[in-house]
Write a protein that binds this ligand. Structure first.
Ligand code: GLC
Length: 571
């Protein structure tokens, strides 16, 4: 057995709630719609708090619900201190927080500090005030008569620079550009500006004193850019595989994160944020969305005086192969252990193809971008089977678990969405080359044979729901002990009971190559990633299993079907 023990244990946040939390991501537009306009809202979340309580999650994380023109589904914030009217009011937010508290669920919100909306008062003032003004200094404006000031590409396709309409006919007003790593409607802030820093301190104080328990930090690796904004050695090719991949080929990974990401200066910002939050409450979660290589660089974000956790995207990106998964688990746990941080596990979110669909493709060719009706379609049954196995394996590991709304229902990606319905800026900005992320964002089904599958009562839905969507509704699964929902509930409850999130793991060696097997305290967690059933020399009582059918009992050998996971209470 090889064991992975924490290296640094003497952190003050050793007992913090988030270390082993199961955190459920709510995408407010698509969760539940109380007023029937086709967009989800905060009262919709409140009305389904019982579902979240029964699921057993420790916290919910809400993607942005702030006032926004919704060019990037709310990740283009026009006002950081309010609720978008289409989602409700600040009072609705308070009611939702109280409802969550009443059932012991904490609330995490998104902070979007890399960029604002172009409709934010500061950016409108910047455009109106003209070149050289203090207003422009809060964003990144540059003058260049020869074209974009450097070769950076936007992650959503095209150049990362947009030319500013001159205010007057004066020559000095011409040839100004502003930087946007994402859509043109998402101008990047200048984090050298003290007012930008102060506004985000105010943001953290505002929401934390309203009862928020944590913040998910959007594009946490992007706030500080390399001095002088030098050209990127990879140019716009850097984002192949994210947004501008026409031929399915990804650019080889490099350890270089580019001049726009992972600059040393970002860490001072998070140290500052930690000081601000510690003055309010010591256990407020900061979780980094940082797509950074290698794992040792990721670990810098979660040093004790910075953030609490970072999403483990290497795990999300891993192929369905035991050796690949084991390697990611080992390297991510080692890198985090070096700074005493817990690792996190994540398989789906609002930016990637849902894992029930990803795993419906041959291992190693899981798609990393949106899927259209003419693309090869997944084996849906196999995908769901593997997804359940993958989730159950991850829930058996120590650390934090992030899940995306609907995965507890086994929801697949919408892979045949009519292209005319797509709304992701990645689709629009790449001249419809990249299908983008709409397929994972389809409004949830709640009821069988109901308008919009119970998402609301009017039948409106901002993205179309596929045929048969109501078959996944909680109402359809509630009484079925073999349902995906039942497996999630059982697994989360068992994880808590056996304190698996706080455990340490040891690999069980000597098993076939397609097996992942760890001992976590008193529990053995075994996954068969292969396509053949295996009989394994492991003993114990079955606690949870990912496949339908007879729940095994005590045994001295365990039969694990293909693409399945089982938890055993070791004897
Ligand atoms: C993050 C969000 C994504 C958004 C982008 C720009 O990656 O998760 O949805 O489009 O940031 O804010």
């Amino acid at each position: 057995m090889t064991s992975l023990a924490p290296v640094v244990t003497a952190r003050n946040d050793q007992e913090a709630w988030w270390r082993d939390a199961v955190i459920y991501q709510i995408y407010p537009r698509s969760f539940a719609d109380s007023d029937g306009d086709g967009l989800g809202d905060l009262p919709g979340i409140t009305s389904h708090m019982d579902h979240l309580a029964a699921l057993g999650v420790d916290a919910i994380w809400l993607s942005p619900f702030y006032p926004s023109p919704q060019v990037d589904a709310g990740y283009d914030v026009a006002d950081y201190f309010d609720v978008a009217p289409e989602y409700g009011t600040l009072a609705d937010f308070d009611v939702m927080v109280a409802a969550a508290r009443a059932v012991g669920i904490r609330v995490v919100v998104d902070v979007v500090p890399n960029h604002s909306s172009d409709q934010h008062a500061w950016f409108r003032a910047a455009l109106a005030a003209g070149p050289g003004s203090p207003e422009r200094d809060r964003y990144i404006f540059r003058h260049n008569p020869d074209g974009p000031p450097n070769n950076w590409g936007s992650l959503f396709g095209g150049s990362a620079w947009t030319r500013v309409e001159p205010l007057t006919g004066r020559p000095e007003d011409r040839d100004w550009w502003y930087l946007h790593l994402f859509a043109a409607e998402q101008p990047d802030f200048n984090w050298d500006h003290p007012e930008v820093r102060e506004m985000f301190r105010d943001f953290l104080r505002f929401w934390a004193t309203r009862g928020v328990d944590g913040f998910r930090v959007d594009v946490a690796h992007g706030l500080v850019k390399a001095p002088g904004l030098p050209d990127d050695a990879l140019g716009a090719d850097r984002w192949r595989g994210f947004a501008v991949d026409e031929d399915g080929a990804s650019v080889p990974k490099t350890a270089d994160n580019g001049p726009m990401f992972d600059q040393p200066g970002v860490h001072e910002i998070y140290r500052d944020w930690r000081r601000v939050l510690s003055a309010i409450r010591p256990d407020i979660l900061l979780v980094a969305e940082a797509w950074v290589d290698p794992p040792e660089h990721m670990a810098r974000y979660v040093r004790e005086d910075e953030m609490s956790q970072a999403f483990n995207f290497d795990y999300l990106k891993s192929a369905w192969r035991a050796a690949d998964l084991r390697q990611v688990i080992d390297t991510s746990m080692e890198a985090n252990a070096a700074v005493g941080a817990p690792t996190t596990w994540v398989l789906s979110n609002h930016d990637v193809v849902r894992h029930a669909t990803r795993f419906g493709y041959p291992p190693g060719s899981e798609p990393d971008g949106g899927i259209g009706a003419e693309d090869p379609q997944p084996d849906a049954a196999l995908g769901l089977r593997r997804a359940r196995a993958a989730t159950l394996f991850a829930l058996g590991l120590p650390g934090g678990m992030y899940m995306f709304q609907g995965e507890e229902l086994g929801l697949p990606e919408h892979t045949t969405m009519d292209d005319s319905a797509r709304q992701d800026p990645a689709w629009l900005r790449t001249d419809k080359q990249t299908r983008g992320r709409d397929g994972c964002r389809v409004p949830l089904p709640w009821a069988v044979d109901a308008p919009a599958c119970g998402f609301n009562t009017t039948g409106l839905s901002w993205l179309p729901q596929p045929e048969g969507w109501d078959g996944y509704a909680p109402a359809a699964q509630e009484t079925d002990p073999d349902s995906t929902l039942a497996m999630y509930r059982r697994a989360i409850a068992t994880r808590r009971e056996w304190r698996l999130g706080r455990g340490e793991i040891q690999w069980l060696e000597g098993l076939p190559g397609q097996v992942l097997a760890v001992r976590n305290g008193e529990v053995i967690v075994v996954t068969n990633t292969g396509d053949e059933e295996l009989q394994l020399p492991l003993a114990g009582t079955v606690l949870v299993q990912s496949w339908n059918g007879e729940m095994g009992d005590r045994a001295d050998t365990v039969v694990v079907p293909a693409n399945a996971t089982v938890w055993l209470a070791a004897s």
